[in-house]
Design a protein around this ligand. Sequence first.
Ligand code: SAM
Length: 342
Amino acid sequence: MQLPQDLQEALAGVLSQGSVKALRAAAEDLSRRYRAPASGKGPLLRAREDILAYLAVRLPATFAASHAALAQVKAQLPHFTPRTLLDAGAGPGTALWAAAALFPSLEAATLLERDREMIAAGRRLAAGASAPVLRAAAWDEAHLDQAFSAPPHDLTVAAYVLGELGQGAQDALADRLWRATEGVMLLVEPGTPQGFARILRQRDRLLAQGARTIAPCPHDDACPIIGSDWCHFAERVSRSALHRRVKGADLGYEDEKFSFVALSRLAPLPLAGRVIRHPQVRGGHVHVALCTPRGLESTVATRKDKDRYRLAKDLRWGDPTPWDAAEGAPVRPRDGGGKEQP
Ligand SMILES: C[S@@+](CC[C@H](N)C(=O)[O-])C[C@H]1O[C@@H](n2cnc3c(N)ncnc32)[C@H](O)[C@@H]1O
């Protein structure tokens, strides 16, 4: 996926303030700090260079993850036309950029963020946005591990922030956001076992409070993914020339792995299943691993069934299943061992 043109231009303008050398050093340092198991132990973004490095190397990926998650929400709730958005731990406003690209109905946004430099960077980016909701967003300097105001909003988001809070603050934030949610609440985390565990915990807690799962799960039952496996998705993100230079990378893209859950009091469209791994295409067969309302299933589409084979060949990881997979065999858990990523 490509960032929207206005976001690309706004980023290029803000990033022109930092030297590539300084950005590269800050990006390496930032990546090291994100990898360290330091949940809830103080700010990860410490200096202005850290924030510029975040814009250069993380914003494109976190944008892609929030955008992909919100696209699934839109598919499951086609009549959802949010007017207001509340983002907790908004960083530079990434999730609002993603939401504005998908929901032109958005009119007002409240962005909660503790870091003043980050707020300043977010404001500079938003000044060049084509969507009025970005230019008019209200930025609130708030500390999520203390009491903060969260009035009702149609769409509430906490993206890549739970992992920066202690357990008690994660629970309190999820509860507060849920109380403020009039439509959909979205939680996004890195697609690691730890990120997934944080998502699963809040899904379980909020289902107990009456929430419905909008995406990615096709049911409101206990998650069937257990043991060393973890539910996550991947989104391919184009790297700009500056992004490549700052990362010292040759590839023109990267794959961002993320876990998420979208919850609501609204009922989603029924979903036969969701593809939970890259489908494997092998000589006339497509093997598809699915999460379904009956649990984990695997199915094989062969050339004998032309329609099903054609549908299966076009399937991507994260897609809804275009057929009912009742005949599939149980899926074996994958090997684990993933690491926390920035
Ligand atoms: C990894 S960034 C994610 C930013 C944005 N949500 C995104 O998806 O790109 C985490 C953000 O949460 C903010 N944050 C972390 N802990 C916070 C706290 N206790 N109160 C307010 N903001 C916090 C950080 O300053 C940072 O901007």
